[in-house]
Design a protein. Structure first.
Length: 248
């Protein structure tokens, strides 16, 4: 009896699976036509092709920018009856040496959030290997992370982007520590000058009451003073001083 029930259940599952596949696959021709129109209508995607199987669109070919690759998939995901997009597009634009690409992107990101209140409270680092950019660090909330990813995606020479940026938890307690630490550091007569270039501040990352300082300072004394000022702020559980002394 149990064997008969098991066999019946398996047969039903197979039948449902085949029915679902058939139902999905019947839209393939329609999806293919819509996908081709979308691709051919975009100048940046002239070297891209699509194929469809069981509602899944596979994209192949080449583009100049990584952002173009992302945009291609985004366009097709919005089409009716598309079950998913497999993005096999290759970024075949200009090749930039890793060290040069990292330097350019680091500079670009330094100015990315200038003028925003969270500028000094985010730390995003860049590493590049064979054109693949990895972004890491901590963001106070989603916008600086998203902006950094968009900046990297639009940079010529970037072949792929890996997102290792952590978005810090929302916390009024941490916000209070951020503001008080910033005041303690930037009101110091020796350290105030680091606030004059908003693209290169002493960055104050606070995560569940733990403070970490990032950035580049002009001397070992400045690094020490910054650590002392941060440690004087009541409420912080710990202070880690990762400031780098600029090479003379």
């Amino acid at each position: 009896m149990k064997k008969q029930l098991l066999a019946s259940t398996l047969a039903l599952l197979v039948l449902l699976s085949m029915t679902a596949m058939a139902a999905t696959g019947r839209y393939d021709e329609q999806i293919q036509q819509a996908a081709s129109q979308k691709i051919h209508g975009a100048k940046k995607l002239q070297n891209v092709s699509s194929s469809v199987e069981d509602g899944i669109v596979t994209l192949t070919g080449t583009v100049n920018l990584y952002q173009d690759k992302l945009d291609a998939a985004k366009k097709l995901k919005k089409l009716a009856n598309v079950g998913g997009v497999r993005n096999d597009i290759v970024v075949a634009g200009e090749t930039v040496p890793d060290a040069q690409l990292q330097q350019k992107l680091t500079k670009k990101l330094a100015y990315d959030r200038v003028g925003y209140r969270d500028n000094a409270f985010n730390y995003i680092a860049v590493s590049v290997k064979d054109g693949v950019v990895t972004l890491s660090g901590d963001a106070m909330w989603d916008p600086p992370k998203d902006s950094a990813l968009a900046t990297a995606a639009q940079m010529p020479g970037v072949k792929d982007v890996v997102n290792d940026v952590k978005v810090l938890p929302t916390s009024l307690f941490d916000d209070s520590i951020r503001m008080r630490t910033a005041r303690a550091i930037y009101r110091d007569s020796e350290l105030g000058r680091y606030a004059t270039d908003p693209a290169d501040p002493i960055r104050i990352v606070v995560d569940n009451g733990h403070v970490t300082l990032y950035g580049t300072v002009g001397s070992a004394m400045d690094k020490t003073i910054a650590g002392i000022r941060a440690s004087s702020v009541p409420g912080a559980f710990s202070v880690e001083n990762k400031l780098v002394v600029e090479k003379g």
